[in-house]
Design a protein around this ligand. Structure first.
Ligand SMILES: Cc1ncc(C[n+]2csc(CCOP(=O)(O)OP(=O)(O)O)c2C)c(N)n1
Length: 608
């Protein structure tokens, strides 16, 4: 049977067909749907959202020790978080096959950097496969499990956004029964990385790499397509598709295994074609390694950019030197640009408004609330990686001493806090900072599309689960009196933050307001608010909340004065189809021009 599948769905299918027993992940675009597909389609696989990527890899390691085929999937930066177990996993090897999927994000559609994770395979001395369509995505994941067991190594499979999210035809096969028995095996010297054992394992890694080099020569995903012998292109993954689309008549060495590389095959290709070019996205990874082998390609990164995504047009321009003329896109002409924004009714907006008003320095973290950095909120001033906000506030406070008192705040989402904020909060308490940390608890992992985590009270399959209590946890970590606020109540939020800023000891505030898109958390939404056009002075205070439901319109003639004769240039308008009735605009309007349609204004929602 054949089915149309995205690359992510195909990778999940590959895991199913390979007989995977345990699948772990932490959400992150563009990888998230791998796990979501496993949960939806393949109920026999044990699946979990781990609190972070390091945890996900460690769970997969344990499953592999017991003989199970196990898979961990994550976005490219997730591998950084998992790098500690991953690098030594290379030494210990596996029992059951273990595959780590990294989904890279060239062009940074939704990431904090655009690192090229092919470098990790070389760094850890483990094999990496790189599919160029959905069929290969499935097939390579299956093959990866076989290679993992055969060579006693974790295998990485690398996707990029275009592979993860583009759809293609996939041929479905029956799942296999993995060859390794499930049992407890005590293999201390293999799995205990004390220096004396690890020294031995390093030698094993080097020997394995030599064997993998031989294997690369016969890997079925590496193939030569000899057409025009004048020009040959070496490429892999999505870059192969772009190059093939632009130059269908050239010869190709299409690599499915990007580490280690098949030296003999590459040499043969150089013999068969006159001029060789290398087409690859991001780093000159293939190019550098092929040059080190002594081959001399005519072109690579001297023709194509290192930054950003490739596409057929960029490949054509770079390779042929033709003057590049982008076609006028229909979409570009008709759609206005829409920068990302917090949703109408988002609980983060109230906190951002107050932080802007208090003029504090806010170290941000990664999540929807990072959008508070954009105008008009301008409330977040830094953000490096998940969990970095708390440590950054602490370091800043230690550097500034008295001069920074009352001015340093860190904001961190609930999922991000549990991912990597717990240790830094422990540090803040242990090493006595005066900073104020706000956990923006919206009861979900909002930015990646609403996944559960240990603070939501639900498992990946929607079963009830233990729910972390952020106030209790804060207290355990050493924060004296953690407090809660309703972020839709601006007066309460401002008063609480101000009081905590004044303290000499570290503070923790838990802003409790569910993500406005998390329907299960709301008994009902409120009625939309309305602007009284006879009273609105056009002061833009409500507009500056940055709420997508509120717009500002210039007015002329009769409309250019209020009912009581005050001049105005414009008025605000609330789109009732977008407004869930959070009442933030009601609270900031000084002219009573915004009207609640409720019997009594509600600062927040009836939540469950
Ligand atoms: C190391 C790493 N893993 C995963 C991601 C993807 N990611 C971006 S934000 C985010 C968490 C967002 O959830 P939360 O902190 O609860 O904030 P919210 O978006 O709900 O406001 C995740 C998982 C990432 N950027 N970096």
């Amino acid at each position: 049977m054949k089915k149309i599948m995205s690359g992510n769905e195909a990778m999940a299918r590959g895991a199913f067909e390979a007989g995977v027993k345990v699948a772990t992940a932490y959400p992150g675009t563009p990888s998230t749907e791998i796990m979501e597909t496993i949960v939806r389609e393949y109920k026999d696989i044990y699946a979990e959202w781990a609190p972070n990527e390091k945890g996900a890899v460690e769970v997969a390691i344990g499953a592999s020790f017991a003989g199970a085929r196990a898979m961990a999937s994550m976005k490219h930066v997730g591998v950084n978080v998992a790098a500690d177990p991953f690098m030594t996993l290379s030494y210990v090897g596996v029992n059951g096959g273990l595959v780590l999927i990294t989904c890279d994000d060239p062009e940074l559609y939704s990431s904090q950097n655009e690192q090229d994770n092919r470098n990790y395979a070389k760094f850890a001395k483990v094999p990496m496969f790189e599919p160029s369509d959905s069929q290969e995505a499935k097939q390579f994941v299956k093959l990866a499990f076989e290679v993992s067991e055969k060579f006693d190594t974790v295998v990485m499979v690398r996707g990029v956004t275009r592979i993860s999210h583009a759809k293609g035809i996939v041929e479905l096969e029956e799942p296999v029964i993995p060859p390794i028995n499930l049992e407890i095996r005590k293999q201390t010297a293999k799995f205990t990385m004390l220096p004396s054992y690890a020294r031995v394992r390093h030698g094993v890694v080097e020997e394995r790499l030599l064997k993998l080099k031989d294997f690369a020569e016969e890997f079925p995903g590496n193939r030569m397509e000899i057409n025009d012998p004048g020009v040959g292109i070496i490429s892999a993954g999505i870059s192969y598709q772009y190059a093939k689309e632009v130059f269908p008549d050239y010869s190709f060495l299409k690599l499915g295994m990007v580490w280690p590389l098949p030296k003999n095959m590459i040499g043969e290709f150089f013999k068969k074609v006159k001029k060789v070019y290398i087409v690859e996205e991001l780093d000159p990874f293939l190019e550098e390694n092929i040059r080190v082998m002594g081959f001399k390609p005519k072109g690579g990164k001297n023709l194509l950019p290192i930054c950003g995504e490739l596409n057929p047009l960029k490949v054509e321009k770079g390779m042929s030197g033709k003057k590049f003329k982008a076609p006028k896109s229909f979409l570009e002409e008709t759609l206005p640009p829409r920068p990302p924004n917090l949703c109408a009714g988002c609980p983060h907006r109230g906190v951002m408004h107050v932080l802007r008003k208090l003029k504090v320095y806010t170290a941000g973290d990664i999540g929807c609330y990072t959008l508070g950095a954009y105008p008009p909120l301008n409330a977040v001033h830094s953000n490096v990686c998940m969990g970095s906000s708390i440590g950054a506030t602490h370091g800043m406070a230690k550097a500034l001493g008295e001069a920074g008192k009352g001015q340093i705040v860190g904001v961190i989402g609930d999922s991000t806090f549990l991912h990597s904020g717990v240790h830094p909060l422990m540090d803040v308490a242990y090493n006595k900072s005066y900073v104020t940390i706000i956990i923006l608890d919206n009861r979900t992992t909002g930015m990646t599309g609403s996944q559960e985590h240990p603070g939501t009270g639900y498992s990946i399959r929607g079963e009830e689960a233990h729910k972390v209590d952020f106030v209790e946890l804060g207290r355990t970590l050493g924060i004296e009196n953690p407090r809660k606020v309703n972020p839709w109540n601006l007066e309460e939020t401002e008063k609480t933050i101000k009081e905590e800023l004044e303290k000499d000891s570290p503070s923790l505030i838990v802003s409790e307001g569910p993500c406005i898109l998390l329907r299960r958390a709301f008994r009902k939404y409120n009625k939309p608010l309305q602007v009284d056009s006879t009273k609105c002075l056009g002061c833009k205070t409500c507009v500056n909340l940055g709420c997508p439901a509120i717009s500002y319109h210039l007015v002329e003639g009769e409309m250019a004065v209020t009912a009581d004769g005050k001049k105005r240039k414009g008025i605000a308008f609330i789109d009732s189809s977008l407004c869930p009735g959070c009442h933030l605009c009601f609270q900031v309007c000084k002219f009573e021009a915004i009207q609640s349609q409720e019997e009594k204004p509600i600062f927040g929602f009836e939540t469950v």
